[in-house]
Ligand binder design. Structure first.
Ligand code: NDP
Length: 486
């Protein structure tokens, strides 16, 4: 055995490193945050929110009924003129305060995000929470410079925004939606997802502590029916939605013929393209981050891996070896790489698409790992021998499952990458700068990463092409959907 082999065969065993939830200050039961305070539902219900790693309830949460939604929209309407009348500088002070309070409660927010949603605490702590604060900081800076953000033209707020966010990045998506809306002088009614309402409710406490005027933001957890009712409320001016393409289409149909502006950030089947001249070890890290980050519950996940044929066996071999080192399990363990699947429904959806992949003839390999007895889990999986028409190459799995396709030439890579109804993101791995620019310009994707993946920044615009939606969030582009520009 060579020295090198001896070195690489060392197995590092990690001792458990659980993050303690002792510092978390959760209430037993949360009301709806409407008009500046937590209130009992008028016609809603109360339901427990479950920890997907244990199936145990974390807290009880009020779900909004139609009268609750109406009350929240009315309060947003009342608050809007006063909020818009504040100078940009004054609004920015509130946003700065919110950002600082998120930082102060960062540890608690990270733990609650992992308990409620199942993602590894390492990700909540290092990605979700700092980025949420960064979005408020970023848009605080824009609040008094709005017309610079829209090419020097006059800009006024749109009015009352109904904002609906999904369960994969609950706090971060709330920040993506609220920060630009507020900076631009709008008020908002935000509906968190059914399975992950808790960090949005902690954010409501933060808004109270920041003394945000009542009604500027209401946070109304609820199920899909509440989301559907909210977008049909007559007195809203704007809808911003992140979630599945199916629901996005339903919202579009519901708003047809109404003077309500709409932005949709929907699903994806993003291509992560590895050329033969790439730094392959670095590419493998990017592939792992692209698909196993947040259990693959990521709209822009690199779920279609396109590898140049000449290096396909090498890359798949390295990927398989790297996957074997992923640690799957307790989301609150700081060493965990892949946590729990967000809900039983999502697990069933993943299982059914994976079965479809096997039935259609693709070759499945899932890592062997011990999974906890309770909770919802899915072992990281790679499919090879995938044909472009297979369901696992076409449909969003939204789980830790990557489908590998190969290509011979640059033109074929572009054609295969664009062969999708979606167009949210893409990754390009190559050592050649000119090739990266050429391929990026030919890809129908809102975001293209070069030699990196899943890299987010509040200053950069994010959004899709085709059935991945329209409108941009982040950066100056993220102001536009919240302004009437004249
Ligand atoms: P949904 O699109 O149903 O959920 C997103 C949000 O919309 C949630 O707050 C949801 O509420 C709400 N909602 C549900 N139905 C309606 C409606 N008719 N009108 C308005 N709002 C509504 O996603 P799912 O949770 O059902 O996940 C299904 C699939 O969608 C996943 O497997 C994944 O492929 C994709 N998805 C994509 C996301 C992305 O970021 N692109 C995010 C989440 C899912 P509630 O939670 O109560 O249902």
């Amino acid at each position: 055995m060579s020295t090198q082999e001896t070195r690489t065969s060392i197995v590092w065993d990690y001792a458990p490193a659980p993050e303690s939830p002792d510092h978390v200050r959760l209430r037993d039961s949360y009301g709806l945050f409407v008009d500046g305070d937590f209130r009992d539902p008028l016609d809603g219900t109360r339901v427990p929110t479950l920890n997907p790693a244990t199936e145990e309830p974390v807290a009880e949460v009020a779900f909004a009924g139609p009268a609750d939604l109406r009350r929240a929209v009315e309060s947003a309407r009342r608050a809007q003129p006063g909020w818009a009348a504040l100078s940009g500088l004054e609004r920015s002070k509130y946003l700065f305060r919110i950002a600082r309070l998120i930082q102060e409660r960062a540890r608690e927010l990270a733990v609650v995000e992992s308990m409620d949603g199942g993602k590894p605490v390492r990700e909540s702590r290092d990605v979700d929470v700092p980025l949420a604060a960064a979005h408020f900081f970023h848009y605080a800076g824009w609040a008094d410079k709005l017309s610079y953000g829209v090419g020097g033209r006059a800009a006024a707020p749109v009015g009352v925004a109904a904002q609906i966010v999904p369960w994969n990045f609950p706090l971060l998506m709330a920040a993506w939606k609220l920060a630009p809306a507020l900076a631009c002088g709008n008020t908002s009614v935000l509906k968190p997802a059914e399975t992950t309402p808790l960090t949005a409710l902690l954010l409501a406490e933060i808004l109270q502590e920041a003394e945000l005027p009542p009604g500027v933001v209401s946070i109304v957890p609820g199920d899909g029916a509440a989301g559907a009712a909210l977008v049909r409320e007559p007195d809203i001016d704007k809808v911003a939605f992140t979630g599945s393409t199916g629901v996005g289409k339903d919202i579009q149909a519901a708003l047809a013929g109404r003077a309500v502006s709409l932005t949709l950030e929907l699903g994806g089947k993003s291509a992560n393209i590895v050329f033969e001249d790439a730094a392959l070890d670095q590419a493998v890290e990017g592939i792992v981050n692209g698909i196993f980050f947040n259990q693959g519950h990521v709209c822009c996940a690199g779920s279609r891996l396109l590898i140049q044929e000449s290096v396909a066996d090498t890359v798949i071999g390295k990927l398989w070896e790297r996957m074997g080192r992923l640690r799957v399990g307790d989301p609150l363990d700081k060493n965990t790489d892949v946590g729990a699947i967000n809900s039983r429904e999502q697990l069933e959806r993943i299982q059914s698409l994976v079965s479809a992949g096997e039935e259609e003839g693709a070759v499945r390999r899932s890592i062997s790992c011990e999974l906890p007895e309770r909770g919802w889990w899915f072992a990281p999986t790679v499919f090879t021998e995938v044909a472009p028409a297979h369901r696992i190459a076409v449909e969003e799995i939204f789980g830790p499952v990557v489908s590998v396709l190969t290509f011979r030439t640059q033109a074929e890579a572009i054609e295969k990458a664009n062969n999708s109804t979606y167009g949210l993101a893409a990754g390009i791995w190559t050592d050649k700068g000119a090739k990266a620019f050429e391929v990026a310009s030919a890809l129908q994707a809102g975001v293209v990463w070069q030699n990196t993946y899943n890299h987010f920044d509040p200053t950069a615009a994010f959004g899709g092409y085709k059935e991945s939606g329209f409108g941009r969030e982040g950066g100056a582009a993220g102001l536009r959907p919240y302004l009437r520009v004249t």
